[in-house]
Design a protein around this ligand. Structure first.
Ligand SMILES: [Zn+2]
Length: 207
């Protein structure tokens, strides 16, 4: 899986943006329909609840949002990923990264026919509001979410992402410090050349 796809929703949704559609008719949402917005199917609800059950106080606002969630679109690739929208008047946004929760395939329990196939689950937020329940896949888009038992216990991703980002920043800082040191060495070498009035000997050589 590409890292770009990991950090941002990689699937195109067939219906429009979550907020306008969801606010239009929360009351008329019906299950098992291809019309949006609609209530979650049994499996979608099961998988979302599985993801939101992760133990972390930062997830609490998402569990509250869950009560008013509707599906507002489905991924155009044929996979089961759904756009989500919540009743923003009845809940609070979460203060947490996006995607905050992931679950990886439990290969032993998933028993996929194709050993080269893999799935993973991600929950994405839009400014702290539930916005996308995504399944990523390798070979063939799954038309339905596998049951939660096919996945390992979900995890909050933020701390790991932040650690990775900090590590990237630290590495790039070190690289720029090294660059500066290299620059200073060049400056010192040139100053010495001027003092000596000639090219440096083999003892002081610009690299
Ligand atoms: Zn898709």
């Amino acid at each position: 899986m590409a890292s770009d796809g990991y950090l941002t929703p990689s699937h195109r949704m067939m219906a429009g943006g979550p907020s306008d559609i969801a606010q239009r008719s929360l009351m008329s949402a019906s299950p098992h329909s291809d019309e949006f917005p609609r209530q979650l199917t049994h499996r979608e609800a099961e998988v979302l609840d599985f993801m939101l059950a992760v133990e972390d106080p930062r997830i609490e606002p998402l569990r509250a949002q869950r009560r008013g969630v509707v599906a507002t679109g489905r991924c155009g690739c044929g996979c089961a990923s759904i756009d989500l929208a919540v009743d923003r008047a009845q809940s609070q946004p979460a203060t947490i990264c996006s995607p905050p929760i992931e679950a990886n395939l439990n290969r032993a329990k998933a028993a996929l026919a194709d050993p080269d196939e893999a799935y993973g689950l991600l929950v994405f937020l839009d400014d702290g509001w539930l916005s996308l329940l995504e399944i990523w896949w390798i070979k063939k888009p799954p038309g339905e979410f596998p049951p939660p038992q096919a996945f390992h216990t979900p995890e909050v991703t933020c701390d790991r992402f932040e650690a990775a980002l900090a590590e990237m920043r630290r590495s790039s800082n070190e690289a720029s410090l090294a660059g500066n040191a290299h620059g200073r060495l060049h400056g010192a070498t040139r100053a010495l050349q001027r003092l000596l009035g000639r090219r440096p000997t083999t003892d002081i050589r610009e690299r």
